[in-house]
Design a protein around this ligand. Structure first.
Ligand code: HEM
Length: 503
């Protein structure tokens, strides 16, 4: 560790001084002692973490985040300094926490409802004081969040099941469009198109070119991930961030055209009651002067990217896990046959699919797509005995917590981990409390619809030796597969349900 080498307490200074000291040595020693004092001056915090060392500590920790990716850097630091530790991000004190008791405290309390990130980075992607996901202006966030909560619960949640199944069937009927000549299905593109189509059918309802928008969503996500922690100096050099700015503009422009069409349709509609949806509610709020046009467009953008960003990768990981675990597949198929049989899944089935639910939970525990949660302390506090100052950034390392506490076989993928009821403080893949995932319930509906509909028709397979543990992944803002790798290949063998259950 560089910081340990640099730390003066590491050495016995007297043993390093030669017996006959030249005249210049004394002032050098005095100067060095003074520097060492300053060096250690900031290291008074009781929270474990690397030393400040005249700003070298913050520099190194920030570089580590940029170089390793956020999730991987958090795992590194928690492993190195413990489950409640302190680093610096963008020069600001940042806690990395993977203890369930501290997480529970933070998620529960309303003075942790803000997030953090580079202001210039967030401005560049349009999230600064706009939308919901990284809107750190809590007054504005409080205005937009109810629009999301309304659309993602109640009747929206019920409608989602039928819409999602319809979209899945439509896309699975055209599987050849995402299958290469060797029979390998591009599962990520398939699922992204389904998730975008489903979100559009429920929240915006304007025809769109799925494949083109999916590519733009990828570009937008890459920009978000790349810019979130970039230092201000990065934004002074335009050629460095130009390509990200371009990706953001491409998605915003494409969605802007669709949203303007929506505005036009609303203004010419005879009865608004019949066409009420998420986008309409926002546009009406804009007309009343409650929201700006920029904010409305950003909210719609975030609603349309939320599922393609998270659900498609989750389903992809789940299909890989099924391909690797034939007994788990058998248990899933047995339950699907018993509860659903030959028809399509309905909303009433959701509660009855216990094995499917345990499988989904174990999959997102073992291989999450969202490994961490970012928050900011809006008041001074004490967490698990540690003083936490107002303004401190906090990263909750969910993925690590899910492998450290409670589960009987934390480093294995097995349904035994969910055989007993899991107290919710030990399993928080969507977070909880006032800033929890707004889509946590609808996500479960979409995941069940996707798994049941795909599995009833196909048996997912990978080439021998390919599995979830040996595909290349990057653990940054999200935990994503490396899409340039050949290890993403999967085939979908048509299934004869009766035959499969005879085994
Ligand atoms: C496997 C699927 C998903 C996972 C694992 C997931 C996980 C998360 C997590 C961990 C957060 C941060 C929560 C916190 O700070 O406590 C979050 C935020 C959010 N999620 Fe999800 N999510 C998923 C799917 C979805 C879907 C399908 C939607 C909507 C269509 C959605 C909408 C949101 C929104 C709007 C936020 C920001 C909430 C806010 O800041 O107030 N998520 N999600």
């Amino acid at each position: 560790m560089i910081l340990e080498i640099l730390n003066p307490m590491h050495y016995n200074i007297t043993s390093m001084v030669p017996e006959v000291m030249p005249a210049a040595t004394l002032p050098i020693l005095l100067l060095t002692s003074l520097l060492l004092l300053v060096w250690n001056y900031e290291d008074t915090s009781s929270i474990p973490g690397p030393g400040y060392c005249m700003g070298i500590g913050p520099l190194i920790s920030h570089c580590r985040f940029l170089w390793m990716g956020i999730g991987a850097a958090c795992n590194y630091y928690n492993k190195m300094y413990g489950e409640f530790m302190r680093v610096w991000v963008c020069g600001e004190e940042t806690l990395i926490i993977s203890k369930s008791s501290s997480m529970f405290h933070i998620m529960k309390h309303s003075h942790y409802v803000s997030r953090f990130g580079s202001k210039l980075g967030l401005q560049c992607i349009g999230m600064h004081e706009n939308g919901i996901i990284f809107n750190n202006n809590t007054d504005l966030w409080k205005v937009t969040r109810p629009f999301f909560m309304k659309a993602l619960s109640g009747p929206g949640l019920v409608q989602m099941m039928a819409i999602c199944v319809e979209s899945l069937k439509k896309h699975l009927d055209r599987l050849e469009e995402v299958t290469d000549p060797s029979g390998f299905v591009d599962v990520l593109t398939l699922m992204r198109c389904i998730m975008l189509d489903t979100s559009n059918m429920l929240f915006l309802r304007i025809p769109l070119d799925e494949k083109a928008i999916v590519v733009k969503i990828q570009g937008y996500f890459d920009a978000w991930q790349a810019l979130l922690f970039k230092p201000d100096i990065f934004f002074k050099i335009s050629w460095l961030y130009k390509k990200y700015e371009k990706s953001v503009k491409e998605l915003k422009d494409a969605l802007g055209i669709l949203i303007d069409e929506k505005r036009r349709r609303i203004s010419t509609a005879e009865k608004l009651d019949e066409c009420m949806d998420f986008a309409t509610e926002l546009i009406l709020a804009e007309k009343r002067g409650d929201l700006t046009k920029e904010n409305v467009n950003q909210c719609i953008l975030e609603m349309l990217i939320a599922a393609p960003d998270t659900m498609s990768i989750s389903v992809f990981f789940m299909l890989l896990l099924i391909a690797q675990h034939p007994q788990v597949e058998e248990a899933l198929m047995k339950e699907i046959q018993t509860v659903i049989g030959e028809r399509d899944i309905k909303i009433e089935d959701v509660q009855k699919l216990k094995v499917v639910e345990n499988f989904i939970n174990e999959s997102i525990r073992y291989q999450p797509v969202v490994d961490l949660v970012m928050r900011k302390a809006l008041e001074d506090d004490v967490i698990d005995g540690y003083p936490v100052k107002k303004g401190t950034n906090i990263i909750l390392n969910l993925g690590r917590m899910h492998r450290l506490e409670f589960f009987p076989k934390p480093n294995e993928f097995t349904l035994e981990n969910f055989a007993k009821n899991v107290p919710y403080r030990y399993f928080q893949p969507f977070g909880f409390g006032p800033r929890a995932c707004a889509g946590k319930y609808i996500a479960m509906v979409m995941l069940k619809a996707s798994l049941v509909t795909v599995l009833r028709r196909f048996h997912p397979q990978t080439s021998s030796g390919e599995g979830i543990d040996n595909i290349k992944k990057k653990n940054d803002l999200a935990f994503h597969p490396d899409e340039s790798s050949n290890f993403l290949r999967m085939t979908f063998a048509p299934r004869n349900l009766d035959k499969c259950l005879e085994h």
